[in-house]
Each structure stands twice: as C-alpha cells, then as structure tokens.
Design a protein around this ligand. Structure first.
Ligand code: SAM
Length: 286
C-alpha cells in the first residue's frame, strides 16, 4: 500500500485530556463564555477539529495514560481557584458520556448559541467520521459544517464570516515543522480579511528552534492585542520532547489576564511533573 502522508500520523486520542488539552480547552471555554455575554450571533471555526470527544478507556488513551496527569488530577483536586472550579463543573455538566474527554469541537458545539455556525475541519478520514458521528446527538442541523479538507486553506475561504463575529481555533499537530510557518502565513492572510476575530493558537513547547521562536514571531505581527499563556510541566530538557504548551490569543477577552493570574499557577501546580515546572503569562490588550 502507498505510505500515508506524514501529516496524518498524528492521532489526538493518544493525548486527550493531558495538560496541553486542559490549557487549550480552559481558554477556549472562557473565550466562548465571554462571547456569549453579548446577544449577537457569532461563528466558530476549528481548523484542526479532531474527533469531537475521546473515550478514555480505549486503547489509544490507555497507551500512555496522559489524561492521568491532566484531567484526572483536575477532577481529584480539593482546592481550586473559583474560576477553575467553575470550569471543572462546566466540563462535568457537559461531558459527552462517562469516561470520555471532550475535544474542542464538542466544547464549542455545546457553547455556541443558535444561529451561530460551526465550521470544523478534520483531514483524517477516521477522525472526520468520528467527529460527524460524535456530534450527531447534539442535533445541530444546518448550523454544523464538517469539512474533510485542509483547515488552513478552509479558514481563509470562510473569512470574513457573514456574522462579522467569530472565534477561531488553530490547533495543528506540528508534527511537520512546516506547520509553524503555515500557521503564521495563514494568520497573516486571515487577519487581513478579518481583523476583529478572536484567534486562539495552540503550540507545543519543544526543544527545537521553530517552537522556541514561534511566540516571538506571533508577537511581531500581533503584539498590539494578544495574550500568551504557557504551561511548562517541567524544564526544557533536550532528551524529553514536549515540556509544555502555549496558547496565543489575538483579540483576547480583556477579562482573561486577571483570571489567569490565579488559574494558570493552579493549573501548573496540578500538572507539574517536576519542581522546575513554570508558567509564562504575558498580555497586551489596548
Ligand atoms: N482541536 C482538537 C481538540 O482540541 O480537541 C484536537 C486537534 S489535534 C491536535 C490535530 C488534528 O488535526 C488531528 O486530528 C489531525 O488528524 C488533524 N489534521 C492534521 N492536518 C490537518 C489539516 N491540514 N487540516 C485539517 N486537519 C488536519
């Protein structure tokens, strides 16, 4: 058989519910909740949507049990800052099924008010099929658009949205190092068409130059109105791959930096894998 394209070797099911998912999904939830305060319709666009939700008892999740140092620790935590405890309650209330962990598409599908549209891109045939199937019970009807196409190109084609309001998640695997530059190029083109959207970009913290330089490259273009939050579960150590992850928000909710002052250290304390874990919190919101 022909070799699979390298971009499709990534399966999110191995990582569901880990520290990176907590950071990503906490900030996604809080951004959507902020948008929901205004009674004006908006859309949600996910460039790399995944499967919607993940069975934590399945072989993928059980392989490395990454959720045990993520969502399982959050669930077991006795003392949490109010905003983090509220997010945990929210996640419980909206859990797709017992022993599952929701992905970005599920979280957005539960939070986006009608008539807002969801545009979900997922290139992997199995994950695309699971995404469609997993979201079916939510009966989103014509509000739901799943695309088995490249999410970078798909995003540009959708901008600007007719609603003129949108929350956009860009969450590539970064298994190909070109994903960093493609994300930067896509953001530049997207921002030109739609400068008022809220863009959430997830990235891994890895001991490689593309990863190290990425936040500064984002700042060069978008440093006038951004929030950067990184959670390092241990110090950078060349031998051990991903030591944390970050979220970069363009046009972030102005309420988030103050909230993160208490919740990000609490997430670090929960997910720390060594005494040298740390956070970076940096924002400029005019
Ligand atoms: N956003 C999801 C969440 O938070 O639950 C996780 C997404 S996972 C990190 C990245 C996904 O992108 C994988 O499911 C992978 O199959 C898919 N993918 C890889 N390249 C893609 C592309 N060019 N366009 C759309 N999806 C892609």
């Amino acid at each position: 058989p022909a070799p699979r394209p390298p971009m499709l070797s990534y399966r999110h099911a191995y990582h569901a519910g880990n520290h990176a998912d907590l950071l990503k999904h906490y900030l996604l939830t809080r951004t959507l909740a902020y948008y929901n305060q205004k009674p004006k319709p908006y859309d949600y666009i996910d460039t790399h949507a995944g499967a919607g939700y993940y069975d934590l008892t399945a072989a993928y999740a059980q392989k490395n049990r990454e959720y045990q140092s993520g969502i399982a620790r959050l669930n077991a935590a006795a003392h949490l800052p109010a905003a983090l405890a509220a997010w945990r309650d929210h996640m419980h209330a909206h859990q797709p099924a017992p022993d599952t962990y929701p992905g970005s598409a599920w979280i957005a599908a539960r939070l986006l008010p009608a008539p807002g549209k969801l545009h979900l891109h997922e290139l992997h045939p199995a994950d695309h099929a699971a995404l469609t199937e997993n979201l079916r019970p939510l009966r989103l009807g014509r509000r739901l658009h799943t695309h088995r196409t490249d999410g970078f190109a798909g995003l540009i084609a959708l901008l600007p949205p007719a609603s003129r309001r949108a929350v956009i998640l860009i969450d590539p695997p970064y298994e190909q190092k070109s994903d960093y530059q493609t994300t930067l190029d896509t953001l530049a083109a997207a921002y030109k068409r739609f400068p008022s959207g809220t863009y959430l970009i997830w990235y891994p913290c890895l001991p490689r130059d593309e990863s190290r330089h990425f936040p500064a490259q984002l700042n060069q273009h978008f440093g006038d109105n951004y929030l950067r939050a990184e959670l390092h579960v241990r110090a950078e150590n060349g031998a051990h791959g991903m030591y944390g992850s970050g979220m970069y928000l363009i046009n972030p909710p102005y309420t988030l930096p103050a909230e993160l002052e208490t919740t990000l250290p609490a997430l670090r304390d929960l997910c720390a894998e060594s005494a040298d874990s740390r956070i970076i919190l940096d924002a400029r919101i005019p």
